[in-house]
Ligand binder design. Sequence first.
Ligand SMILES: [Zn+2]
Length: 63
Amino acid sequence: MARKVITEITCDACKKKGSGDVPATVELTIGEDAYDLCEEHGERFRVMLGEALGGPTNTALSA
Ligand SMILES: [Zn+2]
C-alpha cells in the first residue's frame, strides 16, 4: 500500500510578519539554524547576505 505524506513548507519570514502561510521555495541554512523562505524573502536575504559578505563568490549558483 502506498502512502503519501505531504508536508507543507511555509515561509518563516512571512509568518513572522503576519502574512500567513506562504509556500516556501528557498531554504536558508546557517550553521545549525535553518529557515524556509518564499521566493521574495529568499531573494531579499540572499542579497542581504551577499552585501554583508562582500558579494557572491559564485553567481552561477543563482541560475
Ligand atoms: Zn516570505
